[in-house]
Design a protein around this ligand. Structure first.
Ligand SMILES: [Zn+2]
Length: 406
């Protein structure tokens, strides 16, 4: 994979003869194999633009006799890359990027994650603007269809309207902040040591014990005391797994909302009926793809969880176990000592209860007791649960002549 350094020309304007004037300059490095979403994302990330609110129009000039070429899709990116590869010097073929408000249809998604241990888009809404009324109506309709289930929580970008709507529709439901959005905010507010901070921040959100959390927080404080204060003000329970009151097992381990937004970006410019049909077929194939994957899995747990379990099993091999009672075991991992309670499915490493998957120490204790792991993992991780989830079809839409519109 070869990288290309590309000059960006920003915030300029096009004149009547196709020249880009009064711009600022910046630069990005992207892989020659990038597709449209990757290029768009690289520019947005570098310029810290929230692409759900803004659109980036990318154009470049091939030669002075041609009007500028606009990059709209993967083919456009390929043509650009092939051209740019011919002349790699930074000043050649700059990308002229203008940033505009997103005045096309806006699509927002609701996902179920923790309940099934895997991402399942539950609902989406097309709105003109993200205001209180739009969010209220989405959550009310969602509640009608889905009801209220135990251990539900909301994870959002802390948009005021979402906070308001959920507190009205789902009173007292815990509300958490999306860790990816927090990171984007930290990066734009505090311009210091992003590389070190990013690694440390994500490790802190995923800390399994309070000690581990505190240790990482003091390292963050050493790097930039303002970042610690910022995270403290949001409330630790809103973004740290170990502080959360609802177990957020495996929640938001990837920036899924952004990647779905990227996939549906082009569709937003379609007329409303075409847009809805695009979304329906998109979710139909998304669901079917997941279903085929589960059908091709032959382990008791789904593929991702089975891999995690196997890794834990490997780690457990060298551990020594001393039973204290039927359920309580002391597990020695070299010089470190861990207490596992199989009855309560807890280990002092924190991983057993937070991941709801047997940690290496629990697996060592289970081996000592000659018992299998099946009853010590969340039932939601099993192949059977995943199969049930994705077997629910996204209903096909009949031909337009058969619609009953009254
Ligand atoms: Zn453990």
């Amino acid at each position: 994979m070869t990288n290309l350094a590309i000059l960006l020309q920003l915030n300029g304007h096009w004149d009547s003869v196709g020249r880009y004037n009064d711009f600022n300059v910046d630069g990005i490095v992207v892989s020659e194999d990038s597709n449209y979403n990757q290029l768009n994302y690289a520019i947005a990330e570098h310029l810290m633009i929230n692409t759900s609110e803004k659109i980036i129009k990318i154009k470049y000039i091939v030669n002075e006799r041609c009007p500028p070429m606009e990059i709209r899709n993967d083919i456009g990116v390929r043509v650009y890359m092939e051209t740019k590869k011919e002349n790699r010097s930074l000043g050649m073929y700059p990308l002229c990027s203008s940033i505009q408000g997103n005045n096309v249809n806006k699509i927002d998604f609701l996902f179920a994650t923790c309940v099934i241990g895997s991402i399942l888009p539950l609902a989406y809404v097309v709105v003109g603007s993200e205001d209180d009324a739009a969010w209220n109506s989405l959550f009310e309709q969602f509640k009608d269809a889905y009801g209220k289930k135990p251990n539900m929580c909301v994870v959002s970008d802390r948009n005021e309207s979402i906070l308001k709507a959920t507190s009205i529709v789902y009173t007292r439901m815990p509300h958490y902040a999306c860790m990816w959005h927090i990171w984007t905010n930290i990066r734009s507010k505090f311009k210091k040591d992003h590389l070190k901070l990013s690694e440390l921040y994500f490790a802190t959100t995923r800390s399994y014990t309070i000690d581990e959390f505190n240790e990482r927080m003091s390292k963050i404080e050493e790097i930039d005391v303002r970042v610690k204060a910022y995270l403290y003000d949001i409330g630790y329970h809103r973004w740290s797994w170990v502080h959360a009151t609802v177990n957020r097992t495996w929640t938001m381990t990837s920036n899924i909302a952004e990647s779905l937004n990227a996939v549906t970006r082009d569709a937003r410019e379609l007329p409303i009926l075409d847009l809805l049909e695009y979304m329906r077929t998109f979710l139909e194939s998304w669901n079917n793809e997941k279903l085929l994957k589960v059908k091709g899995t032959f382990t008791y747990l789904g593929e991702k969880y089975n891999k995690e379990l196997e890794d834990n099993r490997t780690l457990s091999q060298k551990m020594r176990v001393r039973a204290s009672t039927d359920h309580i075991h002391t597990v020695l991992d070299g010089a470190k000592r861990f207490i596992v309670c199989l009855q309560n499915k807890r280990c002092c490493c924190g991983q057993f209860q937070l991941d709801e998957l047997s940690c290496p120490h629990a697996l060592a204790a289970l081996r000592h007791r000659d018992e299998s792991y099946e009853n010590y993992c969340s039932p939601y991780y099993t192949r059977e649960s995943l199969l049930k989830t994705y077997e629910t079809p996204v209903d096909p839409l009949p031909d337009e002549s058969k619609w009953n519109v009254s």
